[in-house]
Design a protein around this ligand. Structure first.
Ligand code: GTP
Ligand code: MG
Length: 435
């Protein structure tokens, strides 16, 4: 009967579904690795002792599978969820990343600030450091201004280059749960969008378009996402209308109460049309949970205050701060659900299919060997009792291992899917309770 996955641990975020699935599939691949190692050692021995039972071709295949499984295991331990942020210069991409991290990690400011790709991910050692492309040297980062300096002056960085920023995991839940956040230079400052996409976007699970709510979606931003969706099938795209705090300060709006709502409606319609009709990446219903009106600057400020033990709403804030803050949290929640689900599908489903294929191929070889050895056993019959016993023992062991793993690998894809749907159902139930 089919084993149901155990979901005992309490999940505080949908991101942890990814962590659990990763742990589970890792465990299974470690088993497969043991099995293939065991099988190949046995076959190497048998090939020496009984060369008429196992041929060189079969032996070579098993050794090839052994290195393939090792390769998958290595990729698996590195697998993470990846989100990439795009938009025009100064729309607030770096500020959004910082707000999600809950701290001023990346340099932000007026004018053209970010001049290369920056990938923030959790540091294993607990220290903050950065590594530039093609280098292994860890450069210590003590502060944001230090980071900005290292990025701007010490190196002449190419806009296409990727700098890895490793930030202590204990400082941010997203990093702890294996999310890597990629900040980019403005899409308007480069003619090389295709190169960007090939170099940095192909393996992204989620894209966030950081738009400026004070203006409207620009052609350069739209073009970029048209290119992305021509290279990836149905990318997951969120649109953040950032700087929404500015709308609260518009003097015109103070007189006409509805104006802010009208601007929101207009942005919402345009963003929805873009996602649904132009890019065709989601339905109109889905678009409602893909478009948000936020102020990254306010959220960042509030979270920095909270870190210092102050109230989040201390400091000068525009009217409607709480509503905007809540909308940012809602975005984060939808984002977490989306990235976890997507990363499990794209990363682990592929591995588990590869795993199934490998096991099937290995089983075929084993079965051939098994049959051949039975024939050999019959032929040699009572001639050599000892030889026969050795063969029987090996056959039995190989058969047991093969069967056990066949069952395990069959279950893994279903388990991973089960986990996602269970976590989402729980979430929907939780929301119903809240409503
Ligand atoms: P580049 O890296 O140059 O492409 O810019 P960016 O998109 O990363 O923008 P960045 O985060 O550096 O923000 C640009 C400026 O806008 C900074 O001075 C931010 O403080 C400010 N800013 C960002 N988000 C908001 C917001 O929601 N409201 C307001 N009022 N200002 C914001
Ligand atoms: Mg920036």
């Amino acid at each position: 009967s089919r084993r149901k996955p155990a979901l005992d641990e309490k999940l505080s975020s949908p991101l942890q579904v990814f962590g659990q699935a990763k742990k589970q599939i890792n465990g299974i691949f470690v088993n497969i690795q043991d099995y293939v190692a065991n099988a190949s050692e046995r076959m190497t021995d048998m090939n020496i002792e009984c060369p008429d039972v196992i041929n060189e071709k079969e032996l070579k295949s098993i050794l090839d599978y052994r290195s393939k499984v090792k390769g998958i295991c290595e990729v698996l331990t590195r697998d993470h969820m990846k989100v990439a942020f795009f938009g025009r210069t100064s729309n607030g991409k770096s500020t959004v990343v910082n707000a999600m991290l809950g701290d001023k990690v990346l340099p932000s400011g007026i004018g053209h600030t970010t001049n290369c790709f920056l990938q923030v991910e959790g540091s294993q050692t607990g220290e903050a450091y950065l590594v530039t492309e093609g280098s292994k040297e860890k450069q210590n980062v003590e502060s944001v201004s230090h980071l900005a300096h290292a990025l701007n002056y010490e190196k002449q960085l190419n806009e296409k280059e990727l700098v890895h920023v490793y930030w202590p995991k204990d400082k941010c839940g997203l990093l702890r749960d294996d999310v890597a956040l990629v900040d980019s230079p403005g899409v308007d400052v480069t003619p090389h969008l295709d190169d960007w996409i090939d170099a940095h976007c192909i393996d992204a699970d989620v894209f966030v378009l950081v738009a400026n709510a004070e203006s409207t979606l620009m052609i350069t931003e739209k073009n970029f996402f048209h290119k992305v969706s021509s290279k990836l099938s149905k990318p997951n795209i969120f649109i953040l209308n950032n700087r929404w705090d500015a709308s609260a300060n518009e003097p015109e709006f103070l007189d006409q109460f509805n104006s802010q709502e009208q601007v929101r409606k207009q942005h919402m319609e345009r963003a929805t049309d873009f996602l649904v009709k132009e890019l065709k990446v989601c339905t109109a219903e889905e678009a409602a949970s893909r478009v948000f009106f936020i102020s990254a600057k306010e959220v960042l400020q509030a979270r920095v205050q909270e870190r210092k033990g102050l109230a989040p709403n201390s400091g000068a804030l525009a009217e409607g701060f709480i509503t905007r803050y809540k909308e940012f949290e809602e975005f984060e929640h939808k984002f977490e659900e989306c990235i976890s689900k997507s990363a499990i599908k794209t990363k682990f489903l592929n591995h588990s299919q590869q795993g199934k294929h490998l096991i099937d191929e290995i089983c075929k070889i084993m079965e051939t060997i098994f049959k051949r050895s039975l024939e050999q056993t019959k032929i040699k019959g009572a001639q050599k009792k000892e030889y026969q016993e050795k063969l029987n023992f090996t056959n039995q062991q190989l058969e047991n291992l093969t069967n056990m793993l066949k069952i395990k690998i069959r279950n893994v894809t279903d388990d991973v899917e089960d986990k996602v749907s269970k976590a989402l159902n729980d979430e929907i139930r939780r929301l119903y309770v809240l409503v």
